[in-house]
Design a protein around this ligand. Structure first.
Ligand code: ADP
Ligand code: MG
Length: 556
């Protein structure tokens, strides 16, 4: 093995054999360009893995059944795009090599560790300037066992934990016991002890977490805390939006592409929205709505067990019986030049439209992805089942299900008195000035009073897996898109709208999309569903303003 000169001082080349594979072994090279694997007997084509496809490297020693105790091992994990697949999807590759260069285990382990470090240098792009979570601290993974079809805990165990093990991401797990468990925890916990908070659930649990952060005395700093999302619910708008911005093939395996964000652990600024109602202030990351879309979202709750298709089914039922909501709507419009500029500047999309492989349940159940690559793969169970090898320095994924976290804290928002509201508005920086609810609005606001079928404010591209509501939205462009459908829209326009929520709906006559930085809505009717990030809040007047780039989301 030799270290190379030049910029990549950590760059390595060497030949290794694979464990339990009888051939001439492989020549390996790791550098800032990626990992190259060439078979020494020339029987296999050269393989190359980009740094953005590698996720980690784990060192191992011999287990009880392996007599050669001086050996050390290292396994490199990668999730490249499948080369043979017609549609874009990622597949798992694990490459295990034996280090048998020296006569003691310690010396061989030192070599394995050098490879491990080099793999992480390639992954993290030495000298990069992107901000990231504190990788020496653990992530706290919060699971809602009742979200969506109730699979979140299994998703964690079967799909998330294995990848975090491969990428050596230290974490703890908390399973929520009831609604508001996470909110009460986040309100009082020491945020410094973790690198970030990650949810395995739908958007509802992240909403709880953000509102827990907002209700802290140090809320201004706390709402900048890194958060991550693994889709496990029936509404997974943020996870879907992130994959869209990154050009990741979400539909082929939503949990995989979302978990890879945690493996890399970078953070990106994300717009948040502060929502004012007469009773409280809330923090939102996705949407605010009333009318048809909110009604469908909430009334289809009873179909929760069927997962995300509940939206489609209920939509059909609602069109037959359209409701109109009288409301006064005011907003501060963002002008075209600014919108175009913001959009261009903040686009983090890495690739063009991704043609995606549809997701099939069987792949999730097996917990294993197809392996299309030709380097002989050591089956995972050879490590796990017969204990031939033992992982060195394993990362503990402890589950503190017997936790003593607060369950009996004060009910949601009770702490948010008038004093608190005043402070928030006074201290906010970056957002526009907002008068209080009930006070008159500045002259540069526009106001319309009308009957509406839909009023929906959205700041990320997707509000659900199949609902691409704001095709021009970006993660941190500082824009709230106000989607309006007025009361005089025809049934056929509405039907087209609901069928076309793939981005094409914005061209349907009668559908307006207005970029704003703040809005106020005052419904006249006595009742209806008002939703924030898909959760119902009390019906009544509401105003909202964007907090540009205030949040931090964990991304790759
Ligand atoms: P879904 O996408 O299926 O709606 P969410 O994760 O968004 O799933 O959660 C839905 C609701 O469940 C949220 O209001 C959240 O506060 C609540 N919740 C969180 N943990 C629990 C729990 N352990 N039991 C019941 N409800 C919970
Ligand atoms: Mg946005």
């Amino acid at each position: 093995m030799e270290a190379q000169s030049g910029n990549d001082l950590w760059c390595l080349t060497a030949s290794f054999k694979q464990y339990k594979v009888k051939n001439e072994g492989y020549f390996l090279e790791i550098s800032a360009r990626g990992l190259t694997v060439v078979s020494n007997d020339g029987n296999m084509p050269k393989e190359f893995y980009e740094p953005s496809d590698l996720i980690g490297c784990v060192c191992m020693r011999s287990g009880p059944e392996e007599p050669r105790k001086h050996l050390a091992f290292f396994t490199i994990y990668a999730y490249p795009f499948a080369s043979l697949s017609r549609k874009k999807k990622r597949t798992r590759v694990s490459l295990s090599f034996v280090v048998d260069k020296e006569d003691t285990y310690e010396k061989n382990l030192a070599i394995a560790n050098e490879w491990r470090s080099a793999v992480y240098s390639a992954i993290r792009g030495k000298g990069h300037t992107r901000s990231s979570i504190n990788r020496r601290k653990k992530l706290l993974i919060v699971i809602n066992p009742n979200s969506g079809p109730g699979k979140a805990h299994r998703i964690y165990k079967k799909q998330v934990a294995p990848i975090l093990g491969e990428a050596e991401v230290p974490h703890e797990v908390l399973i929520t016991k009831a609604a508001n468990h996470a909110l009460n925890l986040v309100r009082s916990m020491d945020l410094d002890q973790y690198a970030g908070l990650v949810i395995v659930s739908g958007d509802g649990l992240l909403y709880e977490i953000y509102n827990g952060l907002l209700s802290r005395p140090d809320w201004d700093k706390a709402i900048e805390y890194p958060v991550g999302v693994i889709p496990g619910g029936s509404g997974n708008g943020l996870a879907r939006s992130l994959a869209h911005y990154l050009g990741e093939p979400y539909l082929a395996n939503p949990v995989l592409v979302s978990t890879l964000n945690l493996a890399y652990g970078y953070t990106s600024p994300m717009d948040l929205v502060l929502v004012h109602t007469p009773d409280a202030q809330r923090l939102s990351f996705l949407s605010i709505g009333l009318g048809l879309l909110s009604d469908i979202d909430i009334e289809s709750e009873r179909l929760r067990s069927i997962g995300e298709s509940r939206f489609a089914l209920w939509a059909i039922a609602r069109i037959a019986n359209l409701r109109r909501y009288r409301a006064k709507l005011s907003f501060r419009r963002l002008h075209k030049a600014l919108v175009n500029n913001n959009h261009k500047r903040h686009k983090i999309q890495r690739s063009q439209t991704v043609e995606e492989e549809p997701y099939t349940e069987s792949r999730e159940e097996g917990g294993q992805l197809s392996r299309s690559h030709s380097v002989t793969q050591v089956e995972e169970d050879e490590f796990d089942m017969n204990a031939s090898l033992v992982k060195v320095d394993p990362v503990k994924a402890g589950e503190n299900s017997e936790d003593d976290f607060l369950l009996n804290g004060k009910p949601e928002y009770e702490k948010q008195g008038d004093e608190f509201s005043k402070n928030i508005t006074a201290q906010l920086q970056g957002g526009c000035h907002m008068p209080k609810l009930g006070e008159s609005l500045p002259n540069d606001w526009e106001t319309v009073e009308d009957d509406f079928i839909i009023i929906y404010a959205v700041y990320q591209s997707h509000i659900g897996t199949d609902v691409f509501l704001a095709p021009n939205a970006a993660l941190n462009d500082g824009i709230i898109w106000l989607l309006l459908v007025r009361g005089d829209a025809t049934k056929s326009s509405i039907t087209k709208f609901l069928l076309g929520m793939d981005g094409s709906h914005i061209n349907i006559p009668g559908v307006e999309m207005i970029p704003v930085e703040a809005f106020r809505v005052e419904p006249s009717g006595k009742s209806g569903y008002l939703t924030v990030d898909g959760e119902v809040i009390p019906w009544g007047p509401l105003q909202a303003q964007i907090l540009p780039s205030k949040g931090r989301i964990i991304t790759r």
